[in-house]
Every structure is written in C-alpha cells, then in structure tokens.
Design a protein around this ligand. Structure first.
Ligand code: FIX
Ligand code: ZN
Length: 424
C-alpha cells in the first residue's frame, strides 16, 4: 500500500473493527437503570453531565467557598446537571476531555451540542428506553461486548445478584468479580464473608483459606466472571512483610484459585482514594506505584495470568519493560487520569515500540453508558494515527503494509488480544 491512502485506510479499518471493551462500570438493564433509585445502569443526559470527572471540574469554576459541597449534594440530579452545564459548557468552553466527551456524544447521537439548557436533550432522552439505548450506543461506538465491574462487597449490588442469579445474563455484557476490600481492608472483607455464612477469621485460623476460596469460587460461578479485578493503592507491595494478611491472601487463596480456573487477576494500581471526600466519587487521586511488585508476582506465579494497568504516567515505561520480561503480564488501557489524548498518544506509541501489538491500548472505564460513544471515538482516532506513523516507518524501508495486515492488527488490539488472554 502506498502512503497516499494509508491514513484513510487505517482509520476506516480501526473504525470498522468492533471493540470488546474490557473494563467499564456499565450494567445490564436487569440491575435497574437511572433514574430508578438503586438503578445501577447509568445513562442519559443528566448522568452524563454529572459524571464525577465533571463534578471535580465544576468545583474549580465555582469553588466550595461559593457553593458549599453540601449544598451541591443536596441538589437534585437535574439541578446538579443544570449547574454543571451552565458553568462548564455555556459560560466556559468545554475543552477538557471530560467536557469534550459530552459534546462528542451529543453530536454522534445526532443532537445539537450548542443548547444553552438541557431541556431539549432531556426531551430526546425521555423518548429512549434503557434496553434499546444500549443497542444504539453499542452500534454507534462499534462495541461488541461490554465488560462490567461487579463489586461483591457492595451491599446493593450483591443483594441484586442473590435475588436474581440471572441478572448478568445478557449477551451484550460480561461480568467481572471485583474484590478490592480483600487487599484494601481484609478485616471488613472477613466481616462481610462471615455475615454471609463463611467460616473465616482475620488471622487465617481454622478453615479461613478454604472458606475464602469457596466464597470467591461461588461468586465467580454466580457471575460467570471472566476475570477477577482489584483497584490497589500506590503503596501496594508484594511481598509485603508489613502486611502478612495481604501476602497470605495472594499466595494461599487468590493465586491458586485463579491458576486452577485459568482466570486472570486484573490489577489496577495507583488509586489513592478520597483525598477530598467532599467530592465523593470525584475525590480520588493518583500516586506512583511499585512496578517491582508486579514483577515479583509474575516471577512467583508463572502459571497465573496478570492484567495490569497503572494510574501514574511516571510508571508507564517501566511497566512496558516489565511486560517484555513476562508473557503472563498483559497491559491494558490508559486508565482514568491517563485517558487524555496527549497521554493516550504517548502511551500507545511507547507500547507499540516496546511491545509490538501484544497489548490492549484502551478500555473505556465508562460509568455512564453514553460515554462509550465518545471514549471510543476519541481513542480510535489516536490509536489509528499512531499506527499510521508506525506503518509509515515500515513503508520507508520497503516493507509491504497491506490492508489484510492492518485488519489483523486492529482485531488484535481492539478485541482478540483480550479475548485470547481471558479464554479458559
Ligand atoms: O477503580 C476503578 O475501576 C476506577 O476506574 C473508578 O473507580 C474510577 O472512578 C473511574 O471511573 C475512572 O475512570
Ligand atoms: Zn474503572
């Protein structure tokens, strides 16, 4: 292929390639949907505009000294959305990635993104139903599967699973067992498991190891989970002599169970929770993590599969080099505060240069269903542009880049690398 139509061809192939989105916070409609109380599937303009990224940003424009946090949180969802729309989209230019995403989504839904109020958008969304809207969003975003995040220690969600074991049975979705408290707060995890009838003790005495494995195994089966996930603090260390419970959980429970089942452990490391609790979900921050702990895990558990994404930009090069050393270390996504064009481009270029096409460049982390539209639109463009650059390097030295090769690469990056890694 000559370079004159390379860019157009690569962008078309990347756009036409369905994505398997390996990490989101979206849910099947059976979990209930906004605006139902306790509805876990969030969608529509008021959820989109009150996304926690935008809550953090609006408190920069209208600080808590002017609008106290409590006053904001006492507003209705619509009042919060009106406040954010006014200050971030009308009185200021929505150039942040979080704001831009809302504009892209409205545009791709066929709506005029220049409205001064949310009235017309609310009218349009009131004519949609959650179940059909899922299909619409997946079609526009060209997403063929949405991977959920299913925190078993969240009381509301756990009760929904227990009340309706088929709640996750929707061919458009896959489930993931999320178990942060097992390492972030072992005593509370033990307490919840005991309340659910599992004979476990904080000091691992008695039948704790078998009973915790039984708890995890039963939930993996109930959810048909395709991997087990945790968000971990920047301080996460393995091994960690100062936290023997964490080491015992990993060595005696999680690693043997995941190895037996062929399930990956997805580690999302670097989230320092609630540095500003008044911002609620928007109150978390980033911290530099210890890549050597990931290396130690890959060394000690060569038969386990590790999916890893780190939250700090400063960790990315070291993590890429670590992935060159261990085939069971699988890198994915530009997580959270890294999910910005400038950093996605830098990380994707670095990963191509160090890992070829043996990684997954992006996940959406969509908390609001509608976000699939913008998160994938924005990332596909960047991934395609970096690929064009790399293909041009090859064409410069007479390597034949063909549409067949580009299609193979696009399928690996956006769907098959992940599906192959989690296949059991
Ligand atoms: O731990 C996680 O899964 C994070 O992605 C979320 O907690 C975070 O709030 C988020 O949605 C980032 O995009
Ligand atoms: Zn997430």
């Amino acid at each position: 292929m000559d370079r004159s139509n390379l860019k157009k061809t690569v962008h078309k192939i990347i756009n036409d390639q369905p994505v398997t989105d390996l990490h989101t916070h979206c849910y099947t409609p059976a979990f209930g949907s906004s605006p139902e109380p306790d509805g876990l599937l969030l969608w529509g303009i008021d959820e989109l505009v009150t996304y926690h990224y935008l809550v953090a940003e609006v408190f920069r424009v209208v600080p808590a000294t002017k609008l106290p946090y409590e006053t904001f949180w006492q507003m209705t969802k619509q009042q919060q959305a009106d406040h954010i729309w006014k200050h971030l989209f009308v009185e200021n230019t929505p150039i942040s990635e979080g704001c831009r995403g809302v504009i892209t989504t409205l545009h791709k839904l066929g709506l005029d993104p220049n409205e001064k109020s949310l009235k017309n958008y609310r009218k349009w969304f009131s004519q949609q139903t959650a179940d059909k809207y899922i299909d619409k969003v997946m079609e526009i975003a060209n997403v063929d599967s949405i991977t959920m995040t299913n925190p078993v220690f969240d009381d509301v969600e756990r009760e929904k699973w227990l009340a309706n074991p088929s709640i996750g049975d929707d061919p458009r979705f896959e489930a993931v067992l999320r178990i942060d408290p097992m390492l972030r707060n072992w005593p509370s995890a033990v307490n919840t498991m005991r309340q659910l009838g599992y004979e476990v003790n904080e000091d691992f005495s008695g039948n704790t190891i078998n009973e915790t494995r039984r708890f995890l195994g039963e939930w993996i089966d109930r959810q048909k989970a395709i991997y087990v996930a945790m968000s971990l603090p920047p301080e996460f260390q393995f091994p960690n002599p100062s936290n023997p419970a964490a080491d015992r959980f990993i060595r005696d429970i999680l690693m043997p169970l995941c190895a037996d089942l062929g399930l990956p452990w997805a580690m999302m490391i670097g989230s320092r929770m609630q540095v500003n609790p008044s911002l609620k979900d928007a109150g978390d921050m980033v911290g530099k993590s210890d890549v050597l702990s990931v290396v130690h895990l890959c060394q000690e558990f060569p038969n386990n599969k590790f999916m890893v994404t780190l939250l700090s930009r400063e960790n990315q090069h070291e993590l890429c080099v670590a992935a060159r050393k261990f085939g069971n270390l699988f890198l994915f996504g530009c997580w959270w505060f890294l999910n910005n064009p400038s950093i996605i481009e830098e990380m994707t270029r670095q990963r191509f240069e160090l890992l070829g096409t043996s990684f997954v460049p992006q996940h959406s982390d969509a908390r609001i269903l509608d976000q699939l539209v913008y998160k994938w639109d924005h990332s596909r463009k960047i991934i395609a542009n970096v690929l064009v650059e790399k293909y041009n390097d090859l064409i410069d030295v007479d390597y034949k880049v063909t549409p067949k090769m580009i299609k193979r690469d696009a399928a690996l990056l956006l769907r098959d690398n992940f599906r192959n890694f989690v296949a059991r």
